[in-house]
Design a protein around this ligand. Structure first.
Ligand code: FES
Length: 370
């Protein structure tokens, strides 16, 4: 497959110019945009505290709603794939969760899509209480799970459950850019009715002949050619994708549980595909390690078999955190010494450095400024 020239998605000097025509006015280079950049580097911005008012709510499935939010002035635009933090107070305690932005950039209003999670404090609170007029504290858009500015012959999006939210926003943006590249979209869900954005995806498939959505469902529907009743994994993807896909001009995005992401990441990486990005909705299983952590300011030393956030909590330390899956950077802490392994990438690093506690496992003894 030969690279296809994009017509508008990434034209000009800025990677986002074609996609976000208003970005130059409101985005990366404005005061708010600079604040956004500082937030990306992990520094909390105390003077800019954005909030948004719920304009409306829309049911996507029996367990999922989309909230349309109107942010305040100076709020920067976003790039599909990014998320925001949403803070709510429940019984006097502030809770923060991350939600992908599922609306269209430049539209003024934002959209987040929330699926009810079993035991999920914030998702249940939003489904039960968020209504027109509710004010929510939010962050500026963040995240690096983004489309790349490079010649692309094909896009492949893989998601499971609520992992569909960022990849849906990206796939729609790619299609609306007018690309001629094939856009494959593979999504795993319990049933047809549980597929979030199903009607919108079907409309996109009707509108764009290069869009190829497939739903991998636990229940079978023999009347619909887009449905597969097999497990969505690398083997299933490989059997459906063209065998001559160019591994260097294909952008692949994966979002779902740890095991789901690891299987696809492993398969595509072994097959030589270089343009793969992933976002974990849950951390992958990690073999218990033998490491230990010394939390210097708290004067506590504990065994840290899994990750350093859990180790800190086991030591009774209230470590700052948000997503617990490597996305929000809220758990960033400084390591003074020792070697650690990044649970998502497997990469080991040593010496003084900032680390994300939730995705870091110690190798031996490490010293943390906490
Ligand atoms: S808690 Fe979000 S990155 Fe660690």
């Amino acid at each position: 497959m030969n690279p296809t020239k994009e017509t508008s998605l990434f034209s000009g000097f800025s990677a986002f110019e074609g996609l976000l025509p208003d970005f130059a006015r409101t985005g990366l280079f404005s005061a708010a945009g600079q604040k956004y950049t500082r937030e990306q580097s992990g520094r909390l911005d105390t003077e800019y505290r954005p909030s948004a008012v719920v304009l409306s709510r829309r049911e996507e499935t029996a367990e999922t709603i989309t909230l349309k939010l109107l942010p305040g002035e100076r709020y920067p635009d976003f790039v599909p794939g990014q998320h925001i933090d949403v803070a709510v107070e429940i019984a006097g305690v502030r809770h923060v969760r991350q939600y992908s932005l599922t609306g269209i950039p430049g539209a003024g209003a934002l959209e987040i899509t929330v699926k009810r999670q079993k035991g999920g404090l914030v998702s249940n609170h939003l489904l039960d209480h968020a209504e027109s007029g509710t004010r929510l504290e939010i962050s500026v858009p963040r995240g690096e799970f983004l489309l790349r500015d490079q010649p692309t012959a094909a896009y492949c999006f893989f998601s499971a459950g609520s992992g569909i939210t960022p990849v849906y926003a990206m796939a729609r943006a790619v299609l609306q850019s007018g690309t001629k590249a094939d856009v494959w979209f593979f999504h795993a869900a319990k049933s047809k009715d549980a597929v979030i954005f199903r009607h919108s995806l079907e409309r996109l498939a009707f509108e764009y002949k290069n869009f190829k959505p497939y739903f991998f469902l636990k229940e079978s529907d023999t009347n619909d050619t887009t449905h597969r009743s097999v497990r969505l994994n690398y083997a299933a993807a490989e059997s459906m994708l063209p065998s001559d896909m160019n591994p260097h001009t294909t952008q692949i995005f994966v979002c779902g549980s740890g095991a789901f992401v690891q299987d696809l990441e492993g398969g595509f990486t072994a097959a030589g595909f270089s343009g793969l990005q992933s976002e974990y909705y849950t951390l992958p299983e990690t073999a218990a390690g033998e490491g230990a952590a010394r939390f210097l300011r708290s004067r506590a030393t504990v065994k840290a078999g899994t990750n350093l956030l859990e180790a800190a909590e086991a030591a009774g330390i209230q470590a700052k955190h948000g997503c617990r899956r490597g996305i929000c950077h809220e758990c960033k802490a400084h390591k003074r010494s020792g070697t650690v392994k990044n649970i998502l990438t497997g990469k080991e690093t040593s010496g003084r450095e900032d680390i994300q506690l939730c995705i870091t496992q110690p190798v031996g003894v490490v010293e943390i400024d906490l």
